[in-house]
Design a protein around this ligand. Structure first.
Ligand code: B30
Ligand code: ZN
Length: 268
């Protein structure tokens, strides 16, 4: 969308992002390697508190291929999702969109790594602080965003709900090919059961958008427990085209240094 950045170092790869987006060279960038032994506890943190307007935990939205990640943008007129608790306290955040990062092969794909290990994919649920009027307004503010990262792992079994999203992806093979509204709703709470658990373990730290413009505005909440994806579901994601015309796969940024930031875990 308007910019030519990508993930392959041959054309505006991650180490060149700073040329067009200076914030990408900042000291508080994401993703990071989560070194579990260095995660501390913070007695003011609690369990996550997600609220779904729809009692069945479903959402509706439109699916797009923006050239860097398959993205579902919420249609809030059909029911929103709010996030509070965890490291956020009483401040409420509203779900704007979710999208996926994934590898061309299953040994890589996640943006965050855990003790140096990658997962095959990482889903990002992007929330904005409701003190601001919109996602766009919140995105550059230091307290503007919170993103929940959920790892996807192959071989945990078939995920029926992810299948519905995967099959819909065939309608958005090419970037900017418009949006597609999957028939019916997406049962997000069923897809990621830990979103509705009062005691889902997570890691949290202050970081950034993982793509240009790399705003350092994100309270990251990375769930410890992965969900399941099948190889064929990943293969559908890999069949999408990037802006470059190549496959969208390997759309993950390399990890960045913590640079003195604190990494917390919950529970202790
Ligand atoms: S992430 O969760 O840190 N990977 C954006 C949101 C979340 C993350 C990264 C970026 C974002 O909203 N970026 C700016 C808006 N984008 C729109 C988009 O949906 O994808 C515009 C753009 O690049 O120029 Cu792409
Ligand atoms: Zn992302």
């Amino acid at each position: 969308e308007g910019s030519r950045w990508g993930y392959k170092q041959t054309v505006y790869g991650p180490t060149d992002w700073g040329l067009a987006a200076p914030l990408c060279t900042g000291q508080f960038q994401s993703p990071i390697d989560i070194i579990t032994s260095s995660a501390q506890t913070n007695s003011s943190h609690n369990g996550l508190a997600l609220t779904f307007d729809n009692t069945d935990g479903a959402i509706s939205g439109s699916l797009t291929n923006n050239g860097h990640a398959p993205t579902v943008t919420l249609d809030k007129t059909k029911g929103g999702v709010t996030l509070a608790g965890g490291p956020l306290g009483q401040t409420t955040f509203s779900l704007e969109q979710f999208h996926f990062h994934f590898g061309c092969e299953s040994n890589v794909g996640s943006e965050h790594t855990v003790d140096g290990n990658s997962y095959a994919s990482e889903m990002h649920l992007v929330f904005y602080n409701t003190l601001y009027e919109s996602f766009q307004e919140a995105a550059s503010k230091s307290d503007g965003l919170s993103v929940i990262g959920v790892f996807l792992q192959v071989n945990g079994g078939f995920n029926e709900w992810l299948e519905n999203i995967a099959l819909s992806l065939t309608n958005v093979k090419f970037p900017s090919g418009g949006s597609y509204s999957p028939g019916g709703s997406i049962p997000l709470a069923t897809l990621v059961p830990d979103l509705v658990s009062k005691n889902a373990p997570y890691y949290t730290y202050k970081g950034s958008l993982t793509t240009p413009p790399c705003y350092e505005s994100v309270q990251w909440i990375v769930l410890k427990n992965p969900i399941s994806v099948t190889k064929s579901q990943l293969e559908i994601m890999r069949s999408l085209s990037a802006t470059s015309g190549n496959s969208l796969c390997n759309n993950f940024r390399p990890v960045n240094a913590l640079n003195g930031r604190k990494l917390y875990k919950w529970p202790g």
